[in-house]
Design a protein around this ligand. Structure first.
Ligand SMILES: Cc1cc2nc3c(=O)[nH]c(=O)nc-3n(C[C@H](O)[C@H](O)[C@H](O)COP(=O)(O)OP(=O)(O)OC[C@H]3O[C@@H](n4cnc5c(N)ncnc54)[C@H](O)[C@@H]3O)c2cc1C
Length: 500
């Protein structure tokens, strides 16, 4: 049982000023996260409130012209930065670390989720729980289940790191007549249920069909099941069936084999198997849940718990008082760790448009203008348009378009160029033109139209090489004219390749 002092300590958010600010909140940080990434709203707040008057608005973007003293005022006032506890992890009324007090519970971390569900089930507070188990047929494939007994609950502990169709199981449970249901899900699952409860057309809200306790998991990312299979079985030669437990901690993806041996990889190595949807998610802690549980912020063998609603608070304290689990207040260091990770997830919005688009890719033909085999928005040019453009006007934007090193690929048959928009702004109605230069004339000129080129979006071009080619010309323009014009010499590209 928590004493009064401890209750006071954990029950309300810590004053934010007590939280250590790790990174310097100077204009450089604002510039990097907000301005250059293209999420600046051009509201001028930072410029207006800078006590040093060191910022000016230029080309609808703030620019540092004086000395930044790193007072943090611009960073904290910007409408696009995330600086308060609530905006990082949502509302909560109490925060704990906890672990199961039952030997039979073998949880992912502290076994808190399973113990809480067991308490609710044993005491008739819920008649079903929606959980996720590992498929018996396909190792590590998640299967969402309706469970109605303690035995089944015990089989459902542990994390499966792929999307589980939990909402489908919830709707099935309601159809079957269950009316008091605990629902365990990742932040995206929880958000779906919250919408079903609150939106005008949400089925749960409309017909008041069931009472649902939303138990949210913290989640930084999940992986496609096929991807995990490829990574472990094909790349590493480890059968998924030999893995007893998977876990992610401190940037490492860890596994425990059936024989208790362990292995780990930097999570980055599995990045390509991360579900694409996770790149857009900003909710680490299941902000819409009644109670959220995760591992970050707790020592090994414990879970971090954020209690968000009164009913969840009562249930948790009752479970503790009846010997299902033990609780301690979450301390400031623990909370700071949760906040740091939550911030990492929130700032994904700064790189949201950092897409990679393959704009042009086609099979080379021997003569004339080749036909595209696979490309997006490419327009073959009429022959009369193939004469080189003269009088390129240099524009400020030119410096912000990055042209990667040109290289020959596909057995030296294609010229590959990667372009990146580092201007911090979307550029509209862009035309990218590549042509082979024969003396003063362009041959095989190709132009590709791009409606919007987003900040940090990379465009990759593969252009078929002409016979006896010497030089290529790349021209990027928008409605106002040419932004960039650059020549690439074949000799130089080949020279660089041979140096490698
Ligand atoms: C995909 C995923 C990513 C996660 N990432 C993080 C993270 O980055 N940081 C962090 O602190 N915590 C993360 N967690 C949460 C953490 O792994 C534990 O689930 C949490 O700490 C609760 O531990 P426990 O021992 O109390 O739960 P347990 O008692 O072991 O119960 C876990 C519950 O989660 C359910 N479950 C398992 N897999 C899924 C799934 N795919 N979808 C929905 N429900 C599922 C189980 O059915 C069970 O009810 C993640 C969990 C998942 C599923």
């Amino acid at each position: 049982m928590l004493n009064e002092e401890e209750k006071g300590y954990v029950s309300y958010t810590f004053p934010e000023r007590l939280l250590k600010v790790k990174k310097l909140e100077n204009f450089g940080r604002l510039n990097q996260e907000v301005v250059r990434s293209g999420v600046c709203t051009a509201c001028c707040t930072c410029v207006s409130i800078c006590p040093e008057k060191a910022l000016v608005m230029e080309d609808e973007m703030p620019k540092l012209v004086g000395k930044c003293t790193a007072c943090g005022i611009c960073y904290r006032a910007c409408p696009r930065t995330i600086t308060s506890i609530k905006s990082l992890i949502g509302d909560y009324v109490a925060a704990f670390i906890g672990k199961s007090a039952l030997d039979k519970v073998k949880g992912q971390d502290g076994g808190v989720v399973t113990s809480l569900l067991l308490y609710a089930m044993d005491n008739g507070l819920i008649d079903a729980a929606i959980v996720t188990q590992k498929s018996e047929k396909e190792p590590w494939k998640p299967v969402a289940k309706i469970v109605t007994s303690s035995e089944e609950l015990l089989k459902s502990s542990g994390s499966v790191y792929s999307h589980s169709q939990t909402v489908e199981a919830l709707v099935e449970a309601i159809d079957k007549g269950y009316r008091s249901i605990a629902f365990v899900g990742t932040p995206c699952n929880i958000e779906a249920v919250a919408k079903m409860q609150t939106q005008p057309f949400g089925i749960l809200h409309l017909f008041m069909k069931a009472k649902i306790l939303k138990v949210g998991l913290f989640c930084m990312d999940s992986f496609s099941h096929e991807g995990l299979k490829e990574f472990f079985e094909e790349e590493q030669g480890i059968p998924l069936s030999s893995i007893r437990k998977m876990g992610i901690a401190a940037g490492k993806f860890n596994i425990i084999y059936d024989n208790d041996k362990t292995n780990s990889w930097p999570v980055k190595e599995l990045d390509r198997y991360r579900s694409t949807s996770c790149h857009y998610c900003r909710d680490l802690t299941s902000e819409q849940a009644d109670i959220s549980v995760g591992s970050v912020g707790s020592p090994e063998g414990y879970s971090t718990i954020l209690v968000r609603t009164g009913v969840a608070n009562e249930l948790l304290e009752d479970a503790m008082e009846n010997g299902y689990l033990t609780l301690q207040p979450l301390d400031r260091e623990g909370l700071q760790k949760v906040l740091n990770l939550a911030r990492l997830k929130k700032v994904q919005m700064y790189t949201e448009k950092r897409r990679h688009t393959y704009v042009l890719k086609y099979v080379p033909t021997t003569a004339g203008i080749p036909e595209p085999a696979e490309r997006k928005g490419a327009i073959p040019l009429a022959e009369e348009k193939t004469k080189a453009k003269e009088g390129v006007i240099e524009r400020a934007l030119q410096k912000q378009l990055k042209v990667s090193e040109a290289q020959f690929v596909d057995g030296n048959t294609m010229l590959q160029l990667t372009l990146s928009n580092n201007s911090g702004k979307p550029i509209n109605d862009v035309k990218v033109r590549i042509a082979n230069l024969e003396d003063l004339f362009e041959t095989n000129a190709w132009e590709t139209s791009i409606e919007t080129w987003y900040p940090f979006e990379e465009l990759e071009f593969a252009y078929p090489r002409a016979k006896d080619d010497k030089e290529y010309l790349l021209t990027i323009s928008d409605r106002q004219g040419t932004i960039l014009s650059q020549k690439f010499s074949v000799k130089e590209i080949e020279g660089k390749k041979s140096e490698e």
